[in-house]
Write a protein that binds this ligand. Structure first.
Ligand code: PLP
Length: 401
């Protein structure tokens, strides 16, 4: 019965050929596809380097831990971030032994509000905060001019969670290329879909090298691609000590196993061939849905349309005193085969995992709390047809009239 999913994945000839080529190559762990994907993604985002990892969550944990390892941050560093996001942003901060501190959001484009960030910074003690980690939610870019300026003025680092914004342009520059790092997720509902895959973009070579080691348990091996299978190891060849050195099993820093596989990288590469079409089709669907649902703009806040956005989905917010609840609208849509998702929730006050923060934040993040309780999204992906859009409009008419 499911008719319109939040994200769809159609396995075409290109994807099938990419997977078969990996099988035929005999190499499943990281190899040429991963390397090519890293180069293509860096080129697309406009950074010098990109590093592929096994998920967007790993990308965030690794980048934060590497920032710590490099001495950019310290243990227990306070990171200002957004309360309205997929929970991985906060989980990564906590996993890296740092503390999230929340500023409120803009209720129209869901991004962290620079005025709220400024207030935190102005009321802080010297050196209290170490970094800012904004999220480009649903593809909308944060206000990078103001955030960059604030970070400079208060001498804190700027990072970016661009997991939901694959190619969004802000004043001609792609999100994920403004901060020390940009983290991406290629989870199945995202614009480039690889199942489970993540990436970190950066211009900082030393930082990139640390992340490359740390994603492989901190191993000493750091060649761009391992040449051992061809019978030659560059590091071994260059080593003239007496110790029986094997760079794969010598570790010069702490690390994780966040390596990925050839399959998701091959899928991502296949999709990158049509990325501009994917982004254009999603934008067209947002425009068409806005037209089809404009009659309900008294009840629903429709998504703001902007040309340069890579839309993750079609976000809707139920307006105050509309007489409708999110539970009712979502249930009725799902009954009719239209998949929905809540707009994540305000992490410190609405997510059970962070209930210990509730007292501290309740009532202090009014926009995030409102959207967290009244926002939801449906799909706008490239496989949604004009007939699907007519069907969605008809369902909303039945539910809201
Ligand atoms: C904003 C944000 N950050 C991080 C992540 C984590 O990515 P992953 O699910 O690939 O671990 C996601 C996933 O959708 C996300 O939306």
């Amino acid at each position: 019965m499911l008719k319109v999913r939040v994200g769809d994945f159609v396995i075409g000839e290109r994807e099938r050929a990419a997977i078969n080529a990996v099988l035929d190559s005999g190499r499943l762990s990281e190899g040429r596809n991963v390397l090519e994907f890293e180069k293509k993604w860096a080129g697309f985002i406009g950074t010098k380097y990109a590093l592929a990892v096994n998920s967007g969550t790993s990308a965030l944990i690794l980048a934060l831990a590497a920032a710590n390892q490099k001495g950019y941050l310290k243990n227990n560093a306070k990171i200002i971030t957004t309360p309205l996001t997929y929970i991985a942003t906060t989980n990564a901060i906590v996993s890296a032994n740092m503390q999230p501190v929340y500023a409120d959001i803009n209720p129209v484009t869901f991004d962290i509000d620079p005025d709220s960030v400024r207030k935190l910074l102005e009321e802080s003690k010297e050196g209290e905060y170490s970094a800012l980690l904004p999220v480009h939610l649903m593809g909308y870019p944060c206000n990078m001019d103001s955030l960059t300026k604030l970070c400079k003025e208060h001498n804190i680092l700027l990072f970016e969670d661009s997991a939901q914004a694959h190619g969004t342009l802000y004043h001609g520059k792609r999100t994920g290329s403004f901060g020390i790092f940009g983290a991406f997720s290629f989870y199945i509902a995202h614009n480039i879909q690889a199942g489970e895959l993540g990436a970190i973009t950066t211009d900082d070579y030393e930082f990139y090298k640390v992340m490359k080691k740390m994603k492989a348990n901190g191993r000493a091996c750091d060649c761009e691609i391992c040449t051992r299978s061809s019978g030659f190891c560059k590091q071994l060849a260059n080593y003239d000590g007496e110790y029986d050195f094997d760079p794969r099993f010598s570790h010069d820093m702490f690390g994780y196993n966040f390596k990925t596989m050839e399959f998701p990288a091959a899928l991502a590469l296949a999709q990158m061939e049509t990325i501009n079409d994917i982004l254009r089709k999603r934008r067209e669907n947002v425009m068409a849905l806005n037209r089809a649902l404009s009659q309900f703009s008294g009840i629903l806040q429709l998504p703001k349309f902007q040309e340069d956005i890579s839309y993750l989905a079609y976000p809707l917010v139920i307006k105050q005193n509309s007489g409708f609840t999110r539970k009712h609208i979502r249930q009725e849509l799902e009954k009719r085969g239209i998949e929905t998702r809540p707009l994540f929730g305000c992490i410190p006050t609405q997510q059970q995992a962070y209930a210990h923060l509730k007292k501290e934040y309740e009532g202090k993040l009014p926009n995030a709390e409102y959207i967290g309780a009244n926002g939801f999204y449906i799909g706008c992906h490239q496989y949604i047809s004009p007939e699907d859009i007519d069907y969605i409009a008809k369902c909303f008419e039945e539910i809201l009239s």
